[in-house]
Design a binder for this molecule. Sequence first.
Ligand code: PLP
Length: 362
Amino acid sequence: MTTPKLRAELDGIPTYKPGRPPAAEGSGDRTGPAFKLSSNENPYPPLPGVLEAATAAAAAFNRYPDLACSALTAELAGRFGVPEAHIATGTGSVGVAQQLLQSTSGPGDEVIYAWRSFEAYPIITRISGARPVQVPLDADERHDLDAMAAAVTDRTRLIFVCNPNNPTGTVVRRAELERFLDRVPSDVLVVLDEAYREFITDADVPDGIDLYRDRPNVAVLRTFSKAYGLAGLRIGFAVAHEPVAAALRKTAVPFGVSQLAQDAAVASLRAEPALLERVAGLVAERSRVVEALTGQGWTVPETQANFVWLRLGERTADFAAAAERAGTTVRPFAGEGVRITIGETEANDLLLHTAETFRKEL
Ligand SMILES: Cc1ncc(COP(=O)(O)O)c(C=O)c1O
């Protein structure tokens, strides 16, 4: 039987793998609760006022949302001191990233990013028809910006710089990033993916929004999914000059961002003191986890995100299974390592116990 003709570019593209949910109650070795440390989510409930805003919006979901996300756009423009026309919203920052590819790249074009990095990059690049150019991380699990600049050809249309990098948590700092941006031709779009920006404590890591201002080929991606805790509502945004921001408005799925998401995002921005407190708590837990793992003998790349990376190679699956038996689901990348989200103190303690036992058995 013949089947509908599908685009050849889709052949072999893996479907996006979500982080595993927590194991069922009563499974594994444990009696207590299970925790999900596999998707870099915020473990806390919504910020004050956010649930109320979303619930109020839910009462009107017989209506389409505001197509232009006007209230949120105005709020973001005020907060970052950028023109409203430079803001483009979408269904999570991965949705906006896909729109950036649709806006810039197609068959015959090349898209550069570090590897390993955010696993959506190869998927959305190949969906666009462009060719992924993966530049290996250096020995410290950091972007090799010199190699990335050297990989630029006249076919390059877009470069992702994931800062901090998912899944390693490592960052690129101001001087090296500025040097890199100076080397990239001005007709190639550089996307600074700052999904974990709020967790950065190193003052030497630049804020992409400072860098974009006098660089028309730089776009910054931000999300409400991580620090702000709205992963389930699907809302993110880009800050970019025209004509990039205008292209994003053209490629957006009409009404993709729900009114719940828009109103919850505005309320979240207005709850900043509570946000900062939660972020500070997670950052303190991050330091505690990194110190404890290092004390156990692990090599932990310096992380500025809400997760840590353990390069386990062949032992990756075994570690993930041990963590799950103990009640914490982590994110394994087969044959490479595991990414562990910083969660509640109890979850982090369970994970540290698993890591300690695993290390002793090595
Ligand atoms: C680096 C990076 N960018 C973007 C995203 C996408 O987040 P969202 O689409 O929820 O905004 C993620 C999520 O894991 C990520 O790690």
